[in-house]
Design a binder for this molecule. Structure first.
Ligand code: X2X
Length: 340
């Protein structure tokens, strides 16, 4: 090869490399998939879409996240969602900690019966050492937590009668999520819990094959208009359900450091707003409950004494689950809760 040809080839190679690697743009997928258990209405679903919109806007249209609502990505089996993220079937999920607790048992911390009495207690645990440990554990398992969101306090609804004391639950058929701590809790209260995915639960409630269910007011009961099939609600705050906006580790690592920071900020912006909406009208004198009454629900708001009665009834469940969750983690959380 003569020298001038070699020089020309080198020049062409340099030019080609400049064209072929314009930053990271060439590495973007056409679509990134985000999993959501619920539909697009309400704070939870809308926050997922908001996150996708923010990322699109802030990446100048280069990062396109599509929300797959109502469990489309995991064919209804919501306790598989964490696996989907690990396997890269989903790139992101705005997920309830309950649905991930089969793979990450320590997340059952939030489902310990009658543990969190206030939002301040939840925030202290989530933002303190226990919350950080939980996110580190998830990351070890292949999913990066970008931000906390919130489903909310899980309240009991049913079509049969007002529930104010444990005896009122006797024999009541209650749909619960496929996580064993919920079965244990409802059995301890004398109810008849039935494990079911959310998609099937809606049909079961309509057809009356189950009497009740438990879910948060703003994020689920209102957007799904559960008053159409459930006449009674007990505001008993028996479990709280934070959401985590998670990204598959490999998906996240495929972005530049700059994109990763932008994605994290978008997650925090969308979820910060979502937490506010999930709690709206549900603290203090509970103005948010007016909407339930207007739609014909009979609302029973538990006093501290009523909660204490239910807490005593479910204490054996609490005790059994300490070891499964991690004694150290529970002890740390208990300390933070006691301080609030
Ligand atoms: O299935 C439920 O009850 C829901 C929608 O709250 C969760 O995904 C945990």
């Amino acid at each position: 090869m003569n020298r001038s040809l070699a020089t020309k080839l080198l020049l062409v190679a340099v030019l080609l490399s400049l064209i072929a690697v314009p930053g990271w743009a060439a590495n973007y997928k056409d679509e990134y998939k985000l999993s959501v258990v619920v539909g697009p209405k309400g704070p939870w679903g809308e926050a997922a879409q908001k996150f996708a919109d923010l990322v699109k806007e802030r990446s100048g249209g280069k990062i396109n996240i599509k929300c797959y609502f109502a469990g489309q990505l995991f064919a209804g089996k919501q306790t598989n969602e964490f696996l989907l993220l690990r396997q890269g079937v989903a790139d992101f999920a705005l997920a309830s900690t309950i649905n991930w607790s089969s793979q990450v048992p320590s997340l059952n911390l939030f489902a310990l019966p009658f543990f969190f009495a206030s939002y301040e207690q939840l925030d202290a645990v989530k933002n303190g050492a226990p919350g950080k440990k939980l996110l580190a554990e998830i990351e070890d398992k292949g999913v990066v937590g970008l931000a906390w969101g919130e489903n909310g306090y899980r309240e009991l609804t049913n079509s049969k009668r007002a529930v104010a004391k444990p005896e009122d639950l006797a024999g009541l058929k209650v749909r619960v999520v496929g996580s064993p701590i919920f079965i244990d809790t409802f059995r301890a209260l004398g109810a008849n819990p039935i494990n079911m995915n959310w998609g099937e639960a809606q049909t079961a409630l309509q057809q009356g094959t189950v009497d009740g269910q438990e879910n948060p007011v703003n994020a689920v009961i209102v957007p799904y208009q559960l008053w159409q099939v459930q006449k009674h609600i007990s505001i008993w705050h028996y479990a709280i359900d934070p959401l985590i906006l998670g990204a598959g580790k490999e998906t996240l690592a495929s972005f530049s450091a700059e994109d990763q920071a932008m994605i994290k900020k978008a997650a925090q912006d969308a979820c910060g707003e979502e937490i506010g909406r999930a709690r709206e009208g549900l603290a203090g004198d509970l103005p948010g409950l007016a909407k339930l009454r207007e739609n014909g629900m009979e609302v029973t708001v538990f006093s501290a004494e009523q909660r204490a009665t239910f807490r005593a009834k479910t204490q054996p469940v609490y005790d059994t689950w300490i070891e499964k969750i991690g004694a150290e983690l529970v002890a740390e959380a208990e300390k933070l809760v006691a301080k609030q």
